[in-house]
Design a protein around this ligand. Structure first.
Ligand SMILES: [Zn+2]
Length: 80
């Protein structure tokens, strides 16, 4: 957290995180949408917020996790 090396993203592991709007996250949790770690977007319906390893309808890999879990594990973060 040194200001000497400050960028727009202070997290060193930030390159794997995707920034989304908080409203988008809330919509996703309310509608049980699943986040795909490969596609870097919400691709799946009927996904519990704490789901892990669900199938992605887009890339067909077992890379979908629940919205809440995506936030907790640092897959997504809130924009600005
Ligand atoms: Zn996918």
């Amino acid at each position: 957290m040194s200001p000497a090396n400050a960028t727009s993203d202070p997290w060193r592991f930030g390159e794997t995180m995707t920034a989304i709007d908080e409203s988008e996250y809330q919509y996703a949790t309310e509608n049980y949408m699943g986040w795909c770690k490969e596609c870097k977007e919400f691709t799946r319906d009927c996904t519990e917020p704490d789901a892990k390893g669900y199938d992605c309808p887009k890339c067909e890999q077992l890379t979908v996790i629940g919205a809440e879990d995506a936030l907790l594990t640092g897959e997504i973060t809130f924009r600005g």
